[in-house]
Design a protein around this ligand. Structure first.
Ligand code: ARG
Ligand code: MN
Ligand code: MN
Length: 314
């Protein structure tokens, strides 16, 4: 595996300070060394620097619209470059509004993508349905062709073109979905495995059916957008919008192991790790370690263990 890592220390898609530190914490927990240790070729492209945008007044309900637009334009360019260099891209957030740039940049390098969105939340509010105005609750609405007519013109978003079809999206882990979002999901016929389906089917069947859905016609490259709040708060408490009743650590790892095995993983987002939301050092550690372990299993780490092909017992 050739892995290209880009850090995006950005928090203005929501209102809690601290999430901009997620990328550096995940690195400090040894991500690069651990990936190299399991045989990956890793290039760390460093962190993006986001310019400060003064007078970024709300537009309608949207908070910090210009900063989010600009940050994602920059990120899209960086992801396109990492993909053009021949890597699987790992985007370390930052908040989930960054999926706008990450998926756009990825899509610009490939014909069509499948998007696997692992999250407690659907993040598909439009600028008109959002109850909070936080753009981290909206990224998919900007990216989906079928919602294009519902997205108003917003300054610093003119670079953005919708790039994913509703049929190419699968959700896993939903348990906190706004009524307007629920309508959109049903209206567009988007494939969802809420925690109810995870309970009913078990994670193995969920992954089988996820892949059946994604590969029904052609095998498209996969964009995995992993919000750490998909995991249960007992595992990853250090996040801005925790929701009870989430995926276990093992279910999370099963998802990433399975996606790795498809051989189609082309880009990953790991977002919403917020150390300031951890009440203790252990809470922060547990959250960051989960993020690192999920990324390791995206790139070939398996729980049964592994060995070099030419190994001999000494
Ligand atoms: N649905 C809520 C909203 O639109 C919460 C979204 C939480 N999103 C996240 N990426 N953690 O604001
Ligand atoms: Mn979420
Ligand atoms: Mn999210």
């Amino acid at each position: 595996h050739c892995v290209g890592i880009i850090g995006a220390p950005f928090s203005k898609g929501q209102q809690r300070d601290g999430v901009q530190r997620g990328a550096d914490l995940i690195r400090a927990a040894g991500l690069v060394q651990k990936l190299k240790g399991q045989g990956c070729v890793v290039k760390d492209y460093g962190n993006l620097t986001f310019e400060d945008i003064p007078n970024d007044e709300p537009i309608g309900r949207l908070k910090s619209p210009r900063a989010v637009g600009r940050a994602n334009e920059l990120l899209a360019g960086a992801v396109l470059k990492i993909k053009s260099d021949g890597n699987t891209c790992v985007m370390l957030g930052g908040d989930h509004s960054l999926a706008i740039g990450s998926i756009s940049g990825h899509a610009a390098s490939r014909h069509e993508l499948s998007v696997l969105w692992v999250d407690a939340h659907a993040d598909i509010n439009t600028p008109l349905t959002t109850p909070t105005g936080n753009i981290h609750g909206q990224p998919l609405s900007y990216l989906i062709h079928e919602l294009h007519s519902k997205i108003p013109i917003i300054p610093h978003f003119s670079w953005l073109k919708p790039c994913v079809a509703a049929k190419d999206i699968v959700y896993i882990g939903l348990r906190d979905v706004d009524p307007e979002e629920h309508y959109i999901l049903k209206h567009l016929g988007i494939k969802t495995f809420s925690m109810t389906e995870v309970d009913r089917l078990g994670i193995a069947k969920v992954m089988e059916q996820t892949c059946d859905h994604m590969f029904s016609k052609v095998k498209k490259p996969i964009h995995l957008s992993f919000d750490i709040d998909a995991l249960d708060p007992s595992v990853s408490p250090a996040t801005g919008t925790p929701a009870a009743g989430g995926l276990t650590y093992r279910e999370g790892i099963y998802i990433t192991e399975h996606i790795c095995q498809t051989g189609l993983l082309s880009a990953v987002d790991m977002v919403e790790v917020n150390p300031k939301q951890g009440k203790t050092e252990d809470e922060i550690k547990s959250t960051v370690n989960a993020a690192v372990d999920l990324l390791r299993s995206c790139f070939g780490r398996v729980r049964e263990g592994s060995h070099e092909p030419d190994y001999q017992i000494p």
